[in-house]
Every structure is written in C-alpha cells, then in structure tokens.
Design a protein around this ligand. Structure first.
Ligand SMILES: [Zn+2]
Length: 230
C-alpha cells in the first residue's frame, strides 16, 4: 500500500481527479463493472463542508473533473450535475463517521453474490478482521437510493469499515481514497475465497477468541492506518 506515503490532496481539482482515478481503478481491478458503483471523498475548505461524489449516468472514462459533484452535509448539490443516486449513504456516512475520508461502493461480483444470499462474511479467514471486526455484516435489503438503505448501511457499518448490501453490493470506507479502494479489493478477495470454500464444504470459522487476537495484532501492526499485507 502506498496510500499513506501519497502526498495529501490539498486542492479540490486534484481531489476530483483522484475520485475519477479511484472509480477507474475500481473497474480495472475487476471489483466493479460499467457505471454501477460510485466513489466519493470528503472535501472541506473555508466555504464548504461536504464531499465530492461521482455523478450519475456517466461512464467513468468519460467523466471530467468538473462533472464530479460537490455536495454539502445537508445533501445539497452544487452546480447542475446530478450526483450518484446513492448520495444519501455517502452523506450519512460522512456525518456519522469521522474516520471516513473516502467511500467506495461497488457491485463486486463475489461480494454481491454472497450479499444475494443475504449473508455476511463470517470469520472463515483471519483477514476478515481487516474490516475492523469479527465479521463483515450484510445490511438488510432496501431500495437503492433510499434513506432506508442508508439507515441499514450505517447500522451494518457500526464498528466496521466495510459491509455488504443485501441483493446489491458492498461498501468500503477509509482514511483516503487509496485505503478505501484497497479495502474494497480485500473484501472482494475474501468474498471470493469464502464462495470458493463453500463449493467444497462449510468453511471452518475462527473462534471469537482467535479473532480477538488478530484484531489486537492489526491494531498494533506496522503503521496503524495501513491494511496488513500478510
Ligand atoms: Zn449500488
């Protein structure tokens, strides 16, 4: 991970470009396809407190920095572009979670397949702790773009940095766009391994005690804001 070594993004134009680059990287990494999914980053300056989010309906490869939508924490968008239909959970996460500086939402194939069973990812592998807890929850189903979905999402993210969304996809949050994207890739990797293991049998789950050990090691592992590389 290079996220913590990257220079801080200190101007709005650069952050808009980084949001687009993250959306393109999300698709290039195979964790999202087409125009589904969305990406945002918190943005504050003297006159603004909110976030920058991908617009609705424009392929990421054709999205220009000025088309990224600035939205304040009251949910009011600046300019004429329409934000992603999922702006509500982005807004609500930024309001509720000081640790969220960036949000990546994808319809990653394996994570979404698990979510279509309305299952979360249990502690079948110690790296499940990368999302901040002993499992990765699946939020109950609610229609996309609704306040109900946002409420369900916040609950599933309680004490976590990622969750699945039933019959929909997944969300990862982080202290930077790079870290949120890296976590989304990690969650999809875990979902794929869980799915593969389930083809052969029922994966053996680690005990709560074992997961406590892992969570403690992660808390003290290297630089605390990076995803462990083991
Ligand atoms: Zn979605």
């Amino acid at each position: 991970m290079t996220g913590d070594r990257a220079l801080p993004v200190n101007d709005e134009r650069a952050l808009r470009e980084a949001v687009i680059a993250t959306a393109l990287a999300m698709n290039a990494a195979g964790i999202n396809r087409g125009k589904s999914g969305n990406v945002s980053a918190r943005w504050r300056d003297a006159a603004f407190d909110g976030f920058l989010i991908t617009p609705t309906g424009i392929p990421y490869a054709q999205t220009a920095p000025e088309q990224i939508v600035a939205m304040n924490l009251q949910g009011t968008a600046r300019g004429t572009m329409v934000p992603s239909s999922e702006w509500r959970f982005h807004r609500d996460i930024y309001v509720a979670r000081a640790d969220a500086q960036a949000i990546v939402h994808t319809h990653a194939p394996f994570a979404t397949s698990i979510a279509c069973l309305r299952r979360g990812i249990p502690p079948f592998h110690y790296m499940v702790a990368v999302a901040g807890g002993k499992d990765i929850r699946c939020a109950p189903y609610a229609t996309f773009g609704t306040q109900e979905l946002s409420d369900c999402t916040l609950e599933a993210l309680d004490g976590r940095r990622a969750c699945l969304l039933a019959n929909h996809g997944m969300i990862a949050i982080g202290p930077s766009l790079e870290q949120a994207l890296a976590l989304a890739v990690e969650v999809e990797t875990l979902a794929e391994m869980y799915w593969r293991a389930m083809q052969i049998g029922e994966p053996v789950q680690l005990s709560a005690g074992e997961m406590d050990v892992v969570l403690e090691k992660f808390r003290t592992y290297g630089q605390p804001r990076t995803i462990p590389e083991h």
